[in-house]
Design a protein around this ligand. Structure first.
Ligand SMILES: O=P(O)(O)OC[C@H](O)CO
Length: 207
């Protein structure tokens, strides 16, 4: 692909933040209000709007997969992307969780625990940013997949034949997502401590 969004680079050859991968990340953020509006119409009861909310969510989640692929394949990994990509995921999934709780479909404690972890990891990333951006770990990526799956199960209108099963299935998936969310959050914190990213910088080695 030779589009300027892929080819644009700084003088030293490093990729510009204005690239296709980051554009997809921004698109994910722009889909958040669309998903929210579709979910809130008719208090979330209208199956048509519910499908629209699911569609916006699904497209947004697809951009998460595609932007990572594009960034790696075309050497477009930037600090902007490393920082904003997880924030875009948190905005999307966090908004869905809050609205599902507000609509009475998801226990509030789940939303609070997940948001607490996501805000905590974002603050950690910002606190240590002078010593380099903390990229998403494998566990963090798996966590986002599980959270996405859980939100998708809650969002999708269910045919009558399986409606009786939905609450149990949704709860199992979301509880699994909560466990992985908390564990990976603690892992980021432990890694930051291990790598001395927190606290004053280590004195220069002598001798
Ligand atoms: O666990 P985090 O905060 O690194 O977020 C992971 C990203 O959402 C993966 O795309």
């Amino acid at each position: 692909m030779t589009s300027w969004l892929v080819a644009r680079r700084h003088a030293d050859g490093s990729p510009s933040a204005w690239n296709l991968a980051n554009a997809l990340t921004v698109l994910r953020v722009l889909l958040v209000p669309l998903m929210a509006a579709a979910l809130l119409v008719d208090g979330g009861d209208d199956p048509g709007w519910r499908v629209a909310a699911f569609g916006a969510f699904a497209v947004a989640i697809a951009t998460d997969k595609v932007d990572g692929e594009v960034a790696r394949r075309h050497d477009l990994v930037t600090d902007f992307g490393k920082l904003v990509d997880p924030i875009a995921d948190k905005a999307l999934i966090g908004t869905a969780l809050v609205l599902l709780s507000a609509l009475g479909e998801l226990p509030w404690w789940i939303t609070v625990v997940v948001l607490g972890r996501e805000v905590g990891v974002t603050v950690l990333r910002l606190v240590v940013i002078r010593r380099g951006v903390i990229p998403a770990s494998r566990g963090g990526k798996a966590k986002t997949v599980l959270q996405s799956l859980a939100v998708a199960v809650y969002l999708l209108p269910t045919p009558d034949a399986v409606a009786g099963w939905k609450p149990e299935v949704a709860l199992v998936v979301v509880l699994l997502a909560v466990v992985v969310t908390v564990v990976t959050g603690l892992d980021y914190l432990a890694s930051a401590v291990r790598q001395h990213r927190l606290g004053p910088p280590a004195p220069p080695a002598t001798g």
